[in-house]
Design a protein around this ligand. Structure first.
Ligand SMILES: Cc1cc2nc3c(=O)[nH]c(=O)nc-3n(C[C@H](O)[C@H](O)[C@H](O)COP(=O)(O)OP(=O)(O)OC[C@H]3O[C@@H](n4cnc5c(N)ncnc54)[C@H](O)[C@@H]3O)c2cc1C
Ligand code: SF4
Length: 468
């Protein structure tokens, strides 16, 4: 029997973190794999506490204690097999999930001893198994003769497609971009998620029988009606592509960029070797926002060789939504913070950005979100020099006209109404950011899987695997 105090033998230890000076010169990931000994020691710290809070806090309800046990015994292939029963992208979630708010936040060891490194183990067992040639076993799957179209190859679309092929449904995924992954490819920078991780997953999904039609925008390159008529059901995972409008005077000047366009530009260079349109080498950059996207833009500009990068945020550090780990990494890499400052106007000369007018704020009573409301400090206006202003104020879904025409409806925030993944149209299902609003990779996957269960139900089929 395992010593109940075994966890005291090892402190929490993640993979090695590349020093800031080195990582700011490249778009490679910041945190390395744990070596075998460390991985086994770290996995064995799990108390198997009987009530696995981690499993319930994980939106996919991953069987965390079980795959930690297998990883602790060096049984990588079995651990990876188990991880894939609930998650089609464990190597991605292990890297980009905010574990400090999810699984690891409720680990029994978290408060006093440091949580088990759940995310790191999830990522490493999957990388090791896939690199050693392990693939999901679908030999038991009997074909049902049903076929489903999935629109959007982001986490929601992949979550839905993976679940359906495992239940014997033929799935074709239509994707506007030339690559799969949605924001995993086009939004999240390479230093959080290297692009060949997605290329490897693309091959795995194709091997599983998922068919992809890339570079095809539904509603433009192919009509939605064709899909609705040609398939037994359609799943929508279109994401939340609309940037929140800053309403700032001067934001139409050259050099004022939306975060999505800026990150897309750098990611396309990484994936396809295209020219950069928004290179920040030698420039003074101001990023507006306080979330992880703002941190991603700032760290991208630092890697492009910006002369300075300043993050403007209207509340203080404690009230900033960005994950503490990402904020720490950004600070180590040279990001300067202007907390309690709000933008008033983008300043331009000859149509080009030359600065930004800002004003100090002080924090008042909490607003509806529970965070303290920023209030302007009279007479505190000043101008900051900037060659580029990046707006990272968040994203919203947007219902295309071809969906409203068939009776799919959205709320005021643009979120498609689809309780349990079912829209008001009996053949159309939806999930991910377009239903939840801009959220997380793991919730988009869970949402896609939930919709897949609804599709199987509609088709009169029993679910092949358990879903969250
Ligand atoms: C910069 C940035 C960083 C982020 N970092 C993190 C992070 O660290 N951790 C985390 O958990 N989450 C992060 N997120 C959020 C996360 O990426 C999203 O919540 C998640 O990708 C949503 O998945 P989705 O499948 O709903 O949408 P998306 O990933 O947006 O995928 C939608 C796909 O649909 C395609 N599509 C849209 N319309 C059509 C059409 N008409 N025809 C064909 N295809 C179409 C799009 O091209 C896209 O590929 C980040 C988001 C951003 C923007
Ligand atoms: S999917 Fe995310 S929340 Fe769930 S175990 Fe993995 S890292 Fe934790």
């Amino acid at each position: 029997m395992k010593d109940p105090l075994h966890f005291l033998n090892f402190e929490r230890q993640t993979g090695e973190v590349v020093p800031a000076k080195e990582r700011v010169t490249q778009f490679k990931e910041v945190q390395a794999q744990q070596n075998q000994q460390v991985r086994e020691e770290q996995s064995s710290r799990c108390l198997d506490c009987g009530t696995p809070y981690c499993q319930w806090k994980c939106p996919l309800h991953n069987a965390i204690p079980r795959w930690l046990e297998l990883a602790g015994e060096g049984r990588i292939m079995e651990a990876a097999e188990l991880a894939h029963q609930t998650n089609p992208l464990p190597e991605v979630c292990g890297r980009v999930c905010p574990q400090d708010r999810l699984c690891e936040s409720v680990c029994t060891l978290n408060d006093e001893f440091g949580a088990v490194t759940i995310g790191q183990v999830e990522r490493d067992i999957t990388d090791l198994a896939l690199d050693a040639g392990w693939r999901p076993d679908l030999s038991y799957v009997a074909k049902t003769g049903h076929k489903v179209a999935v629109i959007g190859a982001g986490p929601a679309g992949i979550g839905c497609a993976d679940y359906l092929v495992r239940a014997g449904v033929a799935v074709t995924v239509y994707e506007a971009e030339p690559v799969i992954g949605g924001l995993l490819s086009t939004g999240i920078p390479g230093f959080k998620l290297e692009k060949d991780i997605i290329t490897r997953r693309f091959e795995v999904l194709k091997d599983m029988g998922v068919e992809f039609v890339l570079g095809t925008k539904v509603g433009q390159d192919i009509s939605f009606k064709e899909l609705l008529d040609g398939y037994d059901a359609v799943f929508l995972g279109l994401g939340a592509p609309r940037s929140v409008d800053s309403g700032l005077a001067g934001s139409d000047a050259e050099g004022c960029l939306e975060a999505a366009h800026y990150l897309y530009d750098q990611n396309l260079k990484l994936m396809q070797g295209t020219e950069l349109h928004f290179d920040q080498k030698g420039k003074h950059v101001v990023v507006i926002g306080g979330g992880d996207t703002a941190m991603d833009c700032s760290r991208t500009a630092l890697r492009q060789g910006a002369a300075s990068v300043t993050l403007l945020y209207r509340r203080d550090r404690e009230n900033m939504p960005g994950s503490p780990k990402e904020v720490r990494f950004a600070e180590e890499e040279g990001l300067q913070f202007a907390f309690c400052h709000q933008p008033l106007e983008v300043l331009a000369q000859g149509g080009k950005v030359e600065g930004i007018r800002v004003q100090e704020t002080q924090l008042g009573a909490p607003d509806a979100s529970g965070r303290r409301r920023p209030e302007p400090v009279a007479g505190s206006e000043r101008d900051l020099k900037a060659d580029t202003v990046v707006l990272a104020l968040g994203f919203r879904p947007q219902l295309p006209p071809w969906l409203s025409e068939v009776g799919v409806v959205a709320d005021e925030a643009g979120r498609v109404l689809a309780p349990d993944g079912k829209t008001l149209h009996p053949k159309i299902f939806a999930g991910g950011d377009m239903v939840l609003g801009a959220d997380l990779v793991v919730t988009a996957i869970a949402n896609g899987r939930k919709a897949a269960i609804g599709i199987l139900d509609k088709l009169g089929l029993t679910a092949g695997v358990t879903a969250a």
